[in-house]
Design a protein around this ligand. Structure first.
Ligand code: A1D88
Length: 266
């Protein structure tokens, strides 16, 4: 049975192909800024794919070549009451949490500028591949606010508190090469090659056991927050989940028969 994922809003498009769901933020006229309906649509998609094992990997990207996402919609924000701002911030933070806690691997295909919530969305992904012209930055302190969608926590865990403080305090925008050097992204490719490179990476990942991929993600995400021996105990439990799977038996069978395994995700 093929996956069935619908978007609540025309500002978020979803394409399903070969076990990959590609989620595109589609507001190019405002640099793919994230307004409330767009966030709610992303949350709904995350909730749906979480329970569709046919979706084995997700890619998030932005429409057009200019922007991945310019972050929170500042025009919408200017018209909000303080209470509405609180609702928005809660929603954008939970959106990034929804993305990060998806059981499937998530790749951010950073097709252009990613500022504020745009960088925070990329940080919620597992792997970040950027076009050479892309730029990233947690620029919120320019607006007398702070990264409120997980950026203070995820950036400091990814690149270290010292570098995270420098980028957040300065609100500096870094180009793709610098982002690669500091460990903010995994890869830089020419703009025209971004999606082919992401598709190739997805294909490379999807050659491997779906249950193993999900268990590896789960135990890295949660284990990294704990001290070593608790993490190792978590790894042991995650490994246990893989042992009874038919895929594990299929992998050994395929090795013996010198062929590629056909995994079913169970
Ligand atoms: C928890 C999360 C918090 C946050 O994310 S706070 C927000 C952080 N993001 C930002 O501060 C980025 C704000 N935008 C910009 O700095 C610039 O834009 C860019 C550098 C992204 C692009 O600059 P340029 O190439 O000169 O284009 P342009 O004329 O500024 O933008 C094109 C259209 O896009 C709209 N737009 C851009 N960013 C946003 C945004 N974040 N919210 C709402 N609209 C945005 C503009 O207004 C304009 O539209 P029009 O043509 O109607 O004037």
């Amino acid at each position: 049975m093929s996956a069935n994922v619908k978007s609540l809003s025309p500002t978020v498009q979803v394409r399903l192909q070969d076990h990959v769901a590609t989620v595109t933020i589609h507001r190019p006229e405002v640099m793919n800024a994230l307004d409330l309906p767009t966030l709610q649509a992303i949350r709904s998609i995350c909730h749906s794919v979480r329970f569709q094992p046919q979706v084995r990997l997700l890619v998030f990207t932005g429409a057009g070549e200019k922007a991945f996402s310019a972050g929170a919609d500042l025009k919408e924000r200017a018209a909000m009451t303080p209470l509405q701002v609180r609702e928005y911030i809660y929603t954008i933070r939970e959106t990034m949490n929804d993305i990060e806690t998806l059981p499937q691997p998530v790749i951010a295909a950073i097709n252009g500028i990613a500022l504020g919530g745009g960088t925070e969305l990329a940080l919620a992904a597992d792997i970040r591949v950027a076009a050479r012209h892309a730029q990233l930055g947690l620029t919120e302190t320019r607006l007398a606010i702070i990264p409120g969608a997980g950026g203070t926590q995820r950036l400091s865990r990814l690149i270290g508190a010292g570098r995270a403080k420098e980028l957040i305090f300065t609100a500096r925008v870094v180009n793709a090469e610098e982002a690669l050097q500091i460990g903010l992204i995994n890869r830089v490719v020419p703009g025209a090659e971004l999606m082919p490179a992401v598709e190739a990476l997805a294909e490379e990942i999807l050659r491997n056991g779906p249950v193993a991929l999900q268990q590896a993600k789960y135990v890295i995400n949660y284990g990294v927050e704990t001290e070593l021996h608790t993490g190792l105990a978590m790894e042991s439990k995650a490994y246990e989940v893989c042992i009874p799977t038919a895929d594990r038996t299929e992998a050994l069978q395929a090795f013996r028969e010198k062929r590629s395994p056909q995994f079913r995700g169970e």
